[in-house]
Ligand binder design. Structure first.
Ligand SMILES: NC(=O)c1ccc[n+]([C@@H]2O[C@H](COP(=O)([O-])OP(=O)(O)OC[C@H]3O[C@@H](n4cnc5c(N)ncnc54)[C@H](O)[C@@H]3O)[C@@H](O)[C@H]2O)c1
Length: 268
């Protein structure tokens, strides 16, 4: 049975938004899909809203009438500061503030591994590890995580901030053998965040059931997330194609991988 009257998914034209569009549909009588980009034809029980996340009035209208929000719209990688500010920081604020004004009770936010990218592999991290962003993109994820914490403690909006690792069809390199999140596990994780009886303010890592992992979800058993895929399925294939990296290369040393060696995005 549908749990929500109207569920909003932002970033719905994107890679992960398209996966959620299909995967979350059974949870809601109506699924409102929002993006500034083209989303194709509306299917049964779908509403399409073209919205610029940096435009507060547009975001206010986008959120109106929704019971819960799955917020995946943002600059999805390291980008120039102006874009990070407008789409991710201002966009994140606009979504939370619109949710407060419209009485939305729960938000699932697409955070990222890059909020803690400067953690060393052998240190590992759990869901209480302090922020250690590896770029402006990571800073934007830290900002919205803290905003989510504020809006829970002050205004009672529950949030799950998902530090998604590497969500692709399959692992593309050796690092992904630890960081991979399958599309099906992404849907499982977001669904649990939406239907678990209480989530309060929760940070969780978006990873499949990989054997080699940098992060621990042992403090978020209350979500009831049970990943069913594993990067091990692809280990032999990946290891045959890609030689091991240098353990002293910062891209191997830190969990953020190549984000840790990128310069400032506004330099030339
Ligand atoms: N793919 C991953 O492995 C991964 C890992 C960590 C976090 N994430 C996060 O998940 C979310 C989705 O990532 P994705 O890989 O699907 O990226 P994507 O680029 O395919 O999708 C992002 C969508 O957001 C929309 N968008 C961006 N700025 C906007 C704005 N100002 N107004 C309206 N819409 C805007 C884009 O049009 C796009 O459709 C992002 O927040 C990303 O940071 C993804």
């Amino acid at each position: 049975m549908a749990r929500f009257k109207r569920l909003l998914v932002t970033g719905a034209a994107g890679r992960l938004g398209s996966v959620l569009r299909e995967g979350l549909a059974p949870l809601a009588e109506t699924i409102r899909l929002a993006d500034r980009a083209e989303m194709g034809e509306a299917g049964p029980n779908e509403e399409l809203v073209r919205c610029e996340l940096g435009d507060f009035d547009a975001v206010l209208a986008m959120v109106e009438g929704c019971d819960a929000v799955v917020h995946f719209g943002a600059a999805p990688v390291e980008r120039p500061w102006a874009e990070i500010l407008e789409s991710s920081i201002k966009g994140g604020y606009n979504v939370y503030e619109a949710a407060r004004l419209h009485g939305v009770k729960r938000i699932v936010y697409a955070s990222s591994i890059h909020a803690v990218g400067y953690v060393r592999r052998e240190e590992g991290a759990d869901t209480d590890t302090a922020h250690r962003p590896d770029g402006l993109y990571g800073v934007s994820k830290c900002f919205v995580e803290d905003l989510a914490k504020l809006y829970f403690h002050k205004f009672g909006i529950e949030s799950a901030c998902l530090r998604i690792n590497s969500c692709f069809e399959k692992p593309a390199d050796r690092r992904h053998l630890a960081t991979w999140l399958s599309f099906a596990d992404l849907v499982r994780l977001v669904e649990r965040c939406l239907v678990a009886e209480r989530i309060g303010f929760t940070v969780a890592y978006g990873i499949s059931d990989n054997e080699e992992v940098f992060f621990s979800n042992h403090k978020v058993a209350h979500l009831g997330y049970r990943p069913q895929d594993t990067a091990e399925t692809f280990r032999a294939e990946v290891e045959a194609q890609i030689a091991p990296g240098d353990p002293f290369d910062p891209q191997v040393e830190f969990v953020g991988g190549n984000f840790c060696t990128m310069g400032h995005p506004d330099d030339d």
